[in-house]
Design a protein around this ligand. Structure first.
Ligand code: ZN
Ligand code: ZN
Length: 263
């Protein structure tokens, strides 16, 4: 299941990998480039965890036959391409690494432990939220939802200290679409659900999924919120999104629920 670092900002340039000699190595470079493209389309920035698309490329490449040595070369090339680096110092980071929010560029940075320790206090950066709360009985009446004017039943809300208001971001095939909420509609939400008054600005968000039955409501770290929009962008097909999106969204929420504290 993809847990992409959604990136609302600029895409990083594709890293050159396995350019090497032509001939036998060419398909490796192609497969790796395809994998990188899939990740870029997902709106990732140095995303660490393997995604289903990435794995299938890996499998397709590994299953391409040929001598064992070629397969091991391929495996090494794929592993090297999947290796994640700290966005701030370029050192290699493990799959399970920390994230900092670049406050002004609204971008998630994958970081190593030392950059996390050194830069967390910078004015430009914030450590992403740490808690995941599954809100079993959040109240969101239809008229309040309608007042947000969000075209689909899936969005996340965050208080932006830079914009000075609560914004809703909802996924679309082009990435996250953002709209500022009227103060009155969000204050109605907080009145109904006092827990939302504790939502930490910038670093965490409220994810609302009204496509599921019953609807799901989760307070999650902001990198996870953007991951949802990245997942949707990566799996979108055609006009309506197709079955791939529905599946991806439902596994995203299963994973989130498994990590969450239920309230
Ligand atoms: Zn670093
Ligand atoms: Zn990351």
């Amino acid at each position: 299941m993809s847990a992409d670092d959604g990136d609302p900002g600029d895409q990083p340039p594709a890293r050159a990998v396995g350019a090497g000699r032509a001939g036998a190595r060419r398909p490796i470079a192609d497969a790796v480039a395809a994998k990188r493209r899939a990740q870029l389309v997902a709106g990732l920035r140095g995303f660490a965890r393997p995604d289903p698309a990435g794995r299938s490329v890996e499998k397709a490449v590994a299953g391409a036959g040929g001598p064992t040595t070629l397969n091991s070369v391929i495996a090494a090339a794929v592993a090297a391409a999947a290796e994640e680096r700290c966005d701030l110092c370029q050192t290699t980071v493990p799959e399970d690494h920390r994230h900092l929010l670049n406050l002004y560029e609204r971008r998630i940075e994958c970081v190593c432990e030392s950059c996390w320790a050194l830069r967390s206090g910078d004015a430009d950066y914030r450590p992403v939220g740490a808690r995941t709360l599954w809100l079993g009985d959040l109240e969101l009446p239809d008229d309040v939802w309608a007042s947000f004017q969000i075209p689909i039943g899936l969005a996340f809300f965050m208080e932006s200290s830079v914009a000075g208001c609560v914004v809703a971001l909802y996924p679309s095939p082009g990435g996250a679409t953002e709209s500022e909420l009227h103060f009155s509609s969000w204050s109605r939400m907080v009145e109904l659900n006092p827990i939302l008054a504790d939502l930490e600005p910038d670093i965490e968000g409220l994810i609302v999924n009204r496509l599921s039955e019953p609807p799901s409501y989760v307070i999650a770290p902001i990198d996870r919120c953007y991951a949802l929009t990245g997942t949707i962008k990566a799996n979108w097909e055609g006009i309506s999104g197709g079955p791939g999106v529905r599946e991806a969204v439902s596994s995203f929420f299963d994973e989130l629920q498994a990590q969450a504290v239920a309230l």
